[in-house]
Structures are given as C-alpha cells and as structure tokens.
Design a protein around this ligand. Structure first.
Ligand SMILES: Nc1ncnc2c1ncn2[C@@H]1O[C@H](COP(=O)(O)OP(=O)(O)OP(=O)(O)O)[C@@H](O)[C@H]1O
Length: 291
C-alpha cells in the first residue's frame, strides 16, 4: 500500500467514526517518506500511523465476527478499545497478530509492512507483542530468569544454554525491572508473585523484545485496586516509547489512561473519541454502557 492510500484511508475511517483526522508525522510533512529507504527491523511511521486496518472482514460459519472494520493508531499512542461481549475485540487482535486470517481487507504495520503476508511468529519478530488476559510466566523461574528467557525465545535449546546477556541487554533488563515495579522481587520465583505482579512480569518479558506495538487484553482483570492503579502508571510510562492497544472493561482504569477510546460493536467501530464523548453517545449507552 502506498502512503497516500494509507493516509486517505485513515481520513475516511476518521470521517466514518465521527472524529477529526490529525496526521502525526515524525518528519513534519507528507512528502518526507518518499524516496526514504526502509531500514530492516524498523517500522516506517513517517505517515503517522503504526497500525492501519481498513475494511477488514472475518466470518465464522457465516457469522460476521468482524465486519468492515477500519481503525488506525498513531506511533506512541495509547488506544483503549471497549465494547460489549462478542464485539470482536479478541478477533481483531487475532487478525493483527496473524492468528486469524481475515476474509478481506487491509492490515498494515507502518506504511510498508503488510501483516497479511506474514505468519504469527514473524509478526512477533516484526515488533508486535501480545499479552493475553491470563499471565503466562514460568512459575518455577525467578523474575530475573523469566526476563532473561524472554530474550532467548528464538535461539533454540543449545544456544539458549550458552546465552549470556551482553552489557546493553543487562542494562535493559535492569531498566525494565524498575519500570515494572519488581526491583524488590528479582530473585523471587514467579509462582510466588501476586496476580498483578505476574501480569507486570509478563509485560516486562514482552518489553525485553522491545516491541513497537503492544496489544493488551484485559490487563487489569482480577487485580486489586492498588495493582490497577500501578498498572495505569506503568502504561502511562510506556506510552510514547511504544504504541499500546488496550482492551478493557474497567471504566475507571480506562478513564485514568485514555486519550482516544474506540468502541467496537458487531465487528466494527461504533464510536470513537474521548471517554466523555463516547460515554455520552446514545448508541454506546444503548449497546454497552446501559442506562
Ligand atoms: N473461532 C471462532 N469460531 C466461531 N466463532 C467465533 C470464533 N472466534 C470468535 N467467534 C465469535 O465471534 C464473535 C466475536 O468474538 P470475540 O471473542 O472477538 O469478541 P470480544 O469482543 O473479544 O468479546 P469478549 O469481550 O467477551 O472477550 C463472537 O460472537 C464469538 O462467538
């Protein structure tokens, strides 16, 4: 897809969802991306979008789980996704991460990477990290070992055994341990952590791979109020350095972290705007928030 088509599509999606399209470019102008060489391992966000979906459709046995879904996310943005059960939130994440293939539509990572041409494992390597609702850490290993292991996942058994962190990786690990609030628990086995700490550890493991985009499915479900507040702080720290897409039902958490909220319903975008805007939207009240 050309950057022009991408930008035009983003404008159409914004118009359809009733919000203002604001291109955010790092280079200060649309033309800046042309003639630019794509550096391997880098995502081209010169046209202001790190994730771009247009007219995506998926049916399961004739049921349209995703129906002409169009949505885009700016680099460094923290986007919240809300919507009733069955709206298609998980299926959307499955499509972005290559777990589910759409029947039709466009899914781009930056302006040059067509995600529909990549397999699930490649997409993780390209820089899209996904956190499922349940924490999946290695319970018998320490916090440190879990984080260390996150760097080794693609190395095979033999190379993993010989693997040693270099100094940049050690610095990164130390920085991430601070970021995820586990500096006091480095030597504790993950099985002894609280539910919230396990969730933070798993986020730390994703961060070790330096993802450009993080998809987080109901990250605060089952957390205490204090853990939820700390998770909000953590996400606000990550915003800007990474792009985040957070699916949550906890409205007070959403209020703390959100800028733009997208409401999904019946597999497409029902509304989009600030939390106040979408909460005042009659259609959103009808299908999700209740009266
Ligand atoms: N593999 C599948 N086969 C058949 N139907 C499916 C499949 N995956 C999802 N669906 C259906 O697609 C619709 C969207 O499901 P999805 O899990 O994406 O919704 P959701 O918004 O994540 O819901 P929740 O908030 O409950 O997690 C649902 O009706 C679901 O039953």
């Amino acid at each position: 897809m050309t950057p022009d088509l991408m930008e035009a599509g983003a404008q159409r999606a914004a118009k359809a969802a009733g919000y203002a399209y604001t291109p955010e470019t790092e280079s200060g102008g649309r033309a800046a991306g042309f003639g630019r060489h794509a550096t391997p391992g880098e995502v081209d966000v010169t046209h202001g979008r790190i994730l771009y979906l247009e007219d995506v459709c998926v049916s399961f046995d004739g049921f349209k789980a995703i129906n002409k879904l169009s949505l885009d996310i700016a680099p460094g943005e923290l986007r919240c996704i809300i919507g009733p059960n069955g709206a298609g939130k998980t299926t959307m994440m499955d499509i972005i991460t290559g777990k589910t293939r759409p029947d039709s539509g466009t899914v781009f990572f930056g302006s040059t990477i067509d995600l529909l041409r990549h397999k699930e494992a490649d997409i993780a390597q390209l820089g899209i990290g996904r956190k499922f609702q349940k924490p999946t850490v290695f319970e018998q290993l320490t916090v440190f070992e879990n984080l260390e292991l996150a760097l080794k996942t693609d190395k095979g058994v033999k190379r993993s055994m010989l693997f040693k962190l270099d100094s940049a990786q050690s610095d990164r690990l130390a920085e991430i341990i601070e970021t995820i609030h586990l500096a006091d628990s480095v030597s504790r086995t993950a099985g002894n952590l609280s539910h919230g700490q396990k969730q933070w550890l798993e986020i730390g493991m994703l961060l070790m791979q330096d993802p450009k985009l993080l998809l987080l499915d109901e990250p605060v479900a089952g957390m205490t109020d204090e853990e939820t507040a700390r998770t909000a702080e953590l996400f606000l720290t990550l915003k800007g350095k990474h792009s985040l897409m957070v699916v949550e039902h906890d409205m007070s958490f959403i209020r703390t972290i959100s800028e733009i909220v997208t409401v999904l319903c019946d597999g497409s975008v029902l509304a989009q705007g600030t939390l106040d805007e979408v909460q005042a939207d009659e259609r959103v009240i009808e299908v999700y928030l209740g009266r």
